[in-house]
Design a binder for this molecule. Structure first.
Ligand SMILES: [Zn+2]
Length: 222
């Protein structure tokens, strides 16, 4: 997979991106790629100002844009080459773990009531809480995110018309592996470590109007 820039401007690029999500993404990249690799990736993404200078762990908006986050994703997918998908999913899982540790209240994950629900209900409520959490955050700076959650008999769909991972990018196949990892980690956390199949079936980077992530209801047997 090779990721390039779209020639026409993507308005999603201009949305504001909170400090902490960038911090956790870079920390996750560092765990996988090491300090040196991370510096190369950040430079490639045009984010050299963040080398050894991570944004603080807060939900403030201080100049980072969605396009910075997608530039980071573009750079890391291009950096890793063939195993990029696996690494990107792992980076997504690690970022999600930092996020769950710090922001569980925002996303309603911490509620003990959630863990008392049947598994499918937990997944459904958590996906909706996550979308709602992102929307609330963006609303603080007057921005609207188009995120939708649907339920089918065998799976849930998380549909993002304002995807932070791939805005402004072009790819020959769906590229939002970090978000696949994020959903997998969230689902595992909610179900005491169960593993769920998550597939990105549509991607804005391949010309679709939205990125679509399918989360299957039945855990993978191991
Ligand atoms: Zn995407």
């Amino acid at each position: 997979m090779h990721v390039t820039n779209k020639t026409e401007h993507d308005p999603v690029c201009d949305l504001d991106f909170p400090n902490a999500y960038m911090r956790w993404a870079i920390m996750a990249v560092e765990e996988i790629a090491g300090k040196h690799g991370t510096a190369i990736i950040l430079r490639e993404a045009g984010l050299e100002r963040l080398i050894d200078n991570l944004p603080p762990a807060n939900m403030e908006f201080e100049g980072l844009k969605y396009s910075d986050y997608s530039a980071l994703n573009q750079a890391l997918l291009n950096f890793f080459g063939r195993p990029a998908k696996t690494f990107a999913r792992r980076i997504g899982r690690l970022s999600a773990r930092y996020s769950i540790e710090h922001e569980s209240v925002l996303f309603g994950f911490a509620t003990t009531a959630l863990k008392l629900m049947p598994v499918n209900m937990r997944l459904k409520v958590a996906l909706n809480n996550m979308a709602q959490g992102f929307r609330k955050l963006a609303a603080r700076v007057g921005q609207t995110l188009d995120l939708r959650v649907y339920e089918l008999p065998d799976k849930f769909l998380y549909v993002s018309y304002t995807c932070p991972v791939c805005n402004g990018r072009l790819a020959d196949e769906p590229m939002c592996y970090v978000f696949v990892g994020t959903i997998q980690e969230g689902a595992a956390w909610l179900t005491d470590g169960k593993k769920f199949r998550v597939v990105e079936t549509h991607c804005r980077a391949t010309g679709d109007p939205a990125c679509v992530f399918e989360l299957y209801k039945t855990p993978v047997q191991e």
